[in-house]
Design a protein around this ligand. Structure first.
Ligand SMILES: *Cc1c(COP(=O)(O)O)cnc(C)c1O
Length: 353
């Protein structure tokens, strides 16, 4: 079965062996305050820095999901309000969720084909955090690193928080261009769902200490205090931490992973553009995501394509939100091999030429 669903997505095949290894090495019942845990965590943090190019002075935390990171940002870093810039379902969900915790949060939607118009954003004075979804998994758009640089230069005071759930560990993110980055491991990391990675600038930690919100088990100040000793506030997902470490050991540096994915995305976009029956959902190449590819067609055609693919053992990702019926999505993640995309292309060429 080939799985092109953009999350939960295909896990690295090596995970099968790593699972056994975790069991055999007794990792599954180590205490999370003990020496072995701390040693593993220390190595994992160093590996994340090395392989993903995370600056030395940025802090790394582990949560249970990306969704939890939305909550942590609203609780621990937003005494007043956050601004949410969104063009799809995940960005909007983040906004709605933040608003329930902090009612003054406000949002600004932008168009599917649109590059964020940074100079004209309505940023209010007491905005604590500006929130951006780097890769909008629901529609296959991305906010580029240049746009983040513009945001950073224009709005000096608010923290810049980036949902990079479908790009971290796939694209070469420029971590210095924002304060807060987070992702879940079931997308580009190629791991089973159930864990999030949160990366924070020194300024973010300073801000959290100033605000000093201590009402939740995952208040950022608590997480920071624990992580100084390579520990977590709660008993964490030790298995997934172990798997993450094993997978990262084998991963090339992110600039090489990025090169491979960007090239593969270009090839896939060119390929899908050739067919009469389908269009790319996102017409503007500048905002197309390299990691999530959305292909549009007539509702009935899309249903039929998904059904036919399934009979060949190929899972195409369903569309999402307003594009649920007239698109399918293809994950372009590191765990999926070139030969699997070859199989996909052969299937499509066979059906539609
Ligand atoms: C998948 C996804 C999430 C949610 O991840 P969880 O692990 O379910 O919390 C959030 N944001 C984006 C952009 C996503 O793609």
């Amino acid at each position: 079965m080939l799985n092109f669903y953009p999350g939960p997505s295909k896990v690295h095949p090596e995970v099968r062996d790593y699972l056994t290894m975790a069991y055999d090495e007794g990792m599954l019942s180590i205490p999370h305050r003990g020496e072995r845990f701390v040693l593993m965590m220390r190595e994992l943090v160093a590996l994340l820095r090395l392989k993903l190019n995370i600056p030395q002075d940025y802090y790394i935390f582990f949560t249970s999901s990306a969704t939890e990171c939305w909550e942590i940002i609203a609780q621990s870093l937003t005494p007043n309000k956050s601004l949410h810039l969104y063009n799809g379902a995940f960005g909007e969900k983040w906004y709605e969720y933040a608003k329930r915790l902090k009612p003054d949060c406000y949002g600004q939607a932008f168009g599917l084909e649109e590059v964020l118009d940074v100079p004209n954003l309505p940023v209010e004075d007491d905005t604590d955090v500006i929130c951006v979804t780097q890769t909008e998994t629901s529609n296959g758009t991305q906010v580029g690193m240049n746009t983040l640089l513009k945001l950073q230069n224009q709005f000096k005071d608010p923290l810049l928080a980036i949902d990079a759930t479908s790009s971290m560990a796939g694209l070469n993110l420029k971590f210095i261009r924002a304060d807060i980055w987070f992702a879940s491991v079931q997308k580009c990391f190629g791991l089973p769902a159930g864990m999030g990675v949160l990366v924070c600038s020194p300024r973010t930690i300073q801000r959290a200490k100033g605000i000093n919100e201590r009402k939740h088990y995952n208040s950022l100040v608590f997480m920071h205090e624990k992580m100084l000793n390579y520990q977590t506030t709660f008993t964490p997902n030790v298995l997934n931490l172990f798997l993450l470490k094993k997978v990262l050991e084998k991963r090339p540096l992110i600039k090489n992973v990025d090169q491979l994915l960007v090239q593969r995305a270009q090839d896939l976009y060119t390929f899908f553009e050739e067919f009469m029956e389908m269009d790319l959902l996102v017409e503007n190449p500048e905002v197309r995501s390299p990691t999530v590819i959305a292909v549009k067609g007539a509702d009935r055609w899309v249903q039929e394509a998904k059904r036919m693919a399934a009979t060949q053992g190929i899972t195409l990702g369903n569309g999402y939100g307003p594009w649920a019926k007239n698109t399918f999505r293809i994950a372009n993640f590191p765990a999926i091999s070139d030969s699997e995309y070859e199989t996909l292309r052969n299937f499509i060429s066979g059906q539609y030429h």
